[in-house]
Design a binder for this molecule. Structure first.
Ligand code: C5P
Length: 214
């Protein structure tokens, strides 16, 4: 039976790491849907086009190739910020959601993480997780990531950025970030990655056991 796991949560909540760990553990393909919005933003940034240039954003969304997302180029903090601006364009969302839904239809199932996976992309997912953490802890984690990659940044700037991104992602009209009614909430503020993974694994195993009994 395919296993489809939907993981949503705000920026730097740890959902990406968790999604990768779960995908490894259950041998499932994984899609970080944030990369698709980042890919669109990246095209606009490198061409010097404004982030509210809908025609170019839509064209870039059509060209997004899931098998060829350059994680390295797309990982910059500034690209994430720009992605949250193109993510308010409904036609961009419609095009990317279709590609994400194609990815989700794989024989073994899949793990997808993002903002609207449990609510819009895969409303019928077998397991939905909504991963949160306080904005302060998320900012500290993001700073550590940047420093580990040899960069520098200011904690207050990152915190302000994260708050702005939360507001934009939760406040937009089309597919705002919010937990699906049937999502399991996982607050990782005081949890290590390992503890969060074990908690998520227990939830997935529980759902699988229920399915096997049914
Ligand atoms: O997760 P990540 O930080 O890479 O996402 C970048 C931005 O892309 C988010 O802030 C959000 O605005 C947008 N996004 C989205 N829906 C998704 C994934 C990401 O709107 N499923």
């Amino acid at each position: 039976m395919p296993l489809l796991i939907a993981i949503d949560g705000p920026a730097a909540s740890g959902k990406g790491t968790l999604a990768r760990r779960l995908a490894d553990y259950y041998h499932l393909p994984h899609l970080d849907t944030g990369l698709t919005y980042r890919a669109v933003a990246h095209v606009l940034l490198v061409n010097g086009w404004p982030l509210d240039d809908e025609a170019h954003a839509i064209e870039a969304a059509r060209r997004v190739d899931l098998s060829n997302l350059d994680k390295h180029a797309l990982s910059a903090h500034a690209v994430g910020e720009a992605a949250s601006r193109v993510a308010v364009i409904s036609e961009v969302r419609r095009i990317l959601v279709e590609k994400q839904q194609d990815f989700a239809r794989q024989p073994a199932g899949a793990v997808l993480d993002g903002r609207d996976i449990g609510t819009v992309v895969c409303p019928d997912a077998d397991v939905k997780l909504y991963v949160t953490a306080s904005a302060e802890v998320r900012a500290a984690r993001r700073l550590r990531d940047i420093e580990n990659r040899g960069g520098t940044a200011d904690l207050d700037d990152i915190l302000a950025d994260i708050r702005r991104r939360d507001e934009r992602d939760m406040g937009r009209t089309d597919s705002p970030l919010r937990p699906a009614v049937d999502a399991h909430l996982l607050d990782t503020t005081e949890m290590s990655i390992e503890a969060a993974f074990q908690a998520a694994r227990a939830i997935v195993d529980g759902v699988q056991a229920e399915r096997n009994d049914a």
